[in-house]
Design a protein around this ligand. Structure first.
Ligand SMILES: NC(=O)c1ccc[n+]([C@@H]2O[C@H](COP(=O)([O-])OP(=O)(O)OC[C@H]3O[C@@H](n4cnc5c(N)ncnc54)[C@H](O)[C@@H]3O)[C@@H](O)[C@H]2O)c1
Length: 428
């Protein structure tokens, strides 16, 4: 495809990677009246969007897709080079971490190589993916090295990190301040023209400060949850009750504020710390945070074994497969790690999750005859006291219920179903 001057484009913005971040973003741009090209190399994903079907759950997104479909403002392509039809090109590709703690930029590199030949003066390239410090400058340097562009003068490059939480995209896109770290003289200003479509406050900064702000917001969260998780493990060692200790820390104390324990992972938290850790001056600190959160499933399995002995041939029901409550996103969920660990104990594992796309057995089927029930994701369905009643009714005898989330207010990580019912009623 011959390169054109980007000012001749008939499309306003293209979004490369129609995943959990890219698709709601592309739809939101179209809903604000912009003409959008959405690019993805997964035919199933493109097919779903073409048919007007959201490929995953995101609050309000199906209605938005219906509206955008009717407007005709979103066109789709499987070719990254087609993104150059628009003046603004937003990259929302995945940025995993290699297991040896280093950002995996292969998707971004591959998209850049596909774009190199078609970029032209006037284009802006916006990295919306979460990236390691220095990546935006690398991308700018790559374009200069291979095409000779003066970044910030003829072609524009910026990092505008996505900071929404899954399930809250549409509520937060108009309200969260939009951080823009532009390279060179004018990139920040040019990219701000695009994001002005959402009306949120715009915070201009340098590329590396935008990168640091994004990853450190997630590092803060990851650490925030590691502390109560570590406390939960300490409490087990001292036969103390973690929920009571947390209440003592927080109650009417101006410097309290410790969070509650739980399963802490997901595609962002589980890997974003690596983008600091890979070249940290204090290597190991964030790795330790990760090891704490990653050891919660093992801690629970060991706790079950301490109470019940061997798990071989005993039925364990795992409730919730997603990385957090009330989502259908199973990626990087610790529930799957828990299941693998239980299977390595030769337990008979049954699962139930009302949100995931692959159908699971019903709650009753998963519970029938279970000697242990673990709440791995605290979906609203499980927090309902009726779920506890079903557990007590369907499981085997007085089953052990493992609930690091304190779903029913009984304030016990490990307790028998009968105790939970009594305690839940007392604490209510
Ligand atoms: N999921 C979140 O809640 C969230 C929040 C903030 C930031 N982020 C960051 O945003 C980025 C994207 O995350 P995501 O969860 O949307 O990822 P995702 O895996 O859901 O989406 C990536 C999409 O890109 C497509 N793709 C992969 N390679 C491609 C290629 N070469 N050409 C075209 N399409 C290609 C995939 O098919 C997929 O649809 C990551 O950097 C992530 O860390 C995610």
């Amino acid at each position: 495809m011959a390169s054109m001057n980007a000012s001749q484009s008939t499309v306003d913005v293209s979004v490369i990677g129609l995943g959990r971040v890219g698709l709601p973003l592309a739809l939101s741009f179209a809903d604000r009246g912009l003409r959008v090209v959405g690019v993805d190399n997964d035919p199933a994903r493109l097919g779903a969007v073409r048919e007007g079907r959201m490929p995953f759950q995101e609050t309000g997104a199906q209605e938005l897709l219906d509206r955008v479909h009717a407007s005709g403002r979103l066109s789709l392509s499987e070719r990254v080079a087609d993104a150059a039809q628009a003046r603004h090109i937003v990259i929302t590709l995945g940025t995993p971490s290699f297991s040896h703690i280093e950002i995996d930029m292969r998707d971004i590199r591959s998209a850049l190589d596909d774009l190199l030949g078609v970029l032209a003066p006037g284009h802006s390239l916006i990295l919306r993916s979460t990236i390691a410090p220095g990546t935006t400058e690398f991308v700018a340097g790559y374009l200069t090295k291979h095409r000779g562009f003066a970044i910030g003068e003829d072609v524009f490059v910026a990092h505008a990190p996505e900071r929404i939480a899954a399930g809250r995209f549409l509520e937060e896109i108009d309200t969260l301040p939009c951080i823009i770290g532009g390279v060179g003289a004018r990139s920040g200003e040019v990219v701000a023209e695009l994001f002005a479509a959402f009306g949120a406050q715009i915070a201009q900064t340098t590329p590396v400060q935008a990168e640091l702000a994004k990853i450190w917001a997630n590092i803060l969260r990851y650490t925030h949850f590691a502390l109560p998780n570590l406390l939960m493990m300490d409490c087990e060692r001292y036969a103390a009750n973690v929920f009571e200790v947390i209440d003592l820390i927080n109650r009417d104390y101006p410097r309290g504020g410790i969070a509650q324990p739980g399963f802490t992972a997901g595609t962002c938290l589980r890997k974003d710390f690596a983008f600091s850790e890979e070249r940290s001056v204090a290597p190991g600190m964030l790795l330790a945070v990760s090891r704490v959160n990653e050891s919660v499933p093992l801690f629970l399995v060991e706790g079950i074994k301490r109470r019940l002995g061997t798990l071989a041939n005993r039925k364990v029901a795992v409730l919730g497969l997603t990385f957090k409550a009330d989502t259908d996103d199973e990626r990087d969920s610790l529930a799957h790690k828990l299941i693998r660990l239980l299977e390595r104990e030769l337990a008979d594992v049954a699962v139930h999750d009302p949100h995931v796309p692959t159908p699971t057995p019903t709650l009753e089927q998963a519970l029938d005859g279970a000697e242990v029930v673990v709440v791995a994701a605290d979906h609203a369905e499980f927090r309902d006291p009726r779920a506890l009643a079903v557990i007590a009714e369907r499981s085997s005898g007085d089953c052990l219920v493992v609930d690091p989330w304190n779903c029913w207010g009984a304030a016990q990580v490990f307790a028998y179903a009968s105790e939970l019912i009594t305690l839940g009623a007392t604490n209510a």
